[in-house]
Design a binder for this molecule. Sequence first.
Ligand code: ATP
Ligand code: MG
Length: 356
Amino acid sequence: MSSAPRTYSLALLPGDGVGPEVTAEAARVLDACAAAFGFAIETSEHPVGGAGLDADNDPLPRATLDACLDADAVFLGAVGGPQWDGVDADLRPERGLLRLRARLGAFANLRPVAVSEALAERSPLRPERVAGTDLLIVRELTGGIYFGRPRERTETEAYDTMRYSVTEIERIARVAFEWAQKRSGRLTSVDKANVLASSALWRDVVSRIGADEYPDVALEHLYVDNAAMQVVCDPRRFDVVVTGNLFGDVLSDLAATLPGTLGLLPSASLGGRAGLFEPVHGSAPDIAGRGLANPLAAILSAAMLLDAVDEAEAATAVRQAVESVLDDGPLPPDLGGDAHTADVGAAVADAVASPT
Ligand code: ATP
Ligand code: MG
């Protein structure tokens, strides 16, 4: 007796710049996975960012948002570009993405950064310090100083509010502890508890969740200034790092410099019904439309999507396929090759379909 295949609805938001180019390759790889692993993906494509502005005068058109809220997963390319620099603040392409994250309830932003021996050679830091780095930053994405009220600016002063509730800290801590359990069992929590009340609460709550619910995970606390130094000087000491919105923003961009290109870094934003998956890089207007973009960040984001919908075997196959392309090519220009975006994507899809 055959059962109906597992089916996932996917809202595909190519966006702007290199977004459509890299999204097409991620979709190609997802299709290869569906064929190889016996599930089905129902994809619908929608404008967002500058493309949303051009189509509907809104960086997050109503129909796009509705499709995302209905989907099992949302995949985004990138938003923004110089052609929309002049639009009103509320209509900026990036606003569309912030609204989408908030509406999806995506409070946990996951950014893995892994640097192989070969990649370390491209790092702006000393290769011997970076080779073997394999860390995961878990950033709280919908709270903290980016959202706290009151916030005000007058002629003579301005202020923001760094606010975290116990509930907000508990839920992000649990996400991080779960990942630490799945990985090497170590978690670093980053705060500024020596100065900030919100950080002192953060530290207490993370400690309590660890002691009560995850006694098997080795928890350490670092101040953010120290953590920034260690990311640069000794990145291999980290496994899972959990931190708030502001510190996570800075630390994750800092960690993104370790491999020497943005073209390899995926991300997932989880918490609501559907996760949002996107490469860490932006729309890269300087190389858009020319087949120069590295699609591996988008493809590795697709692997995170597969993990999130419990297609772990397919996710592993994608990561292995990416490894084999990194070893044997074809490589895109940011990794020293001359392969077209589509050739790299096709090579990964082929490797998924017939692993070596
Ligand atoms: P945003 O404001 O949207 O984050 P940004 O200006 O910070 O954009 P990116 O658009 O990510 O940054 O581009 C930064 C640099 O990295 C550019 O030189 C760009 O060409 C390069 N880059 C970004 N993504 C890729 C990619 N997928 N492949 C190759 N190079 C890339
Ligand atoms: Mg950027």
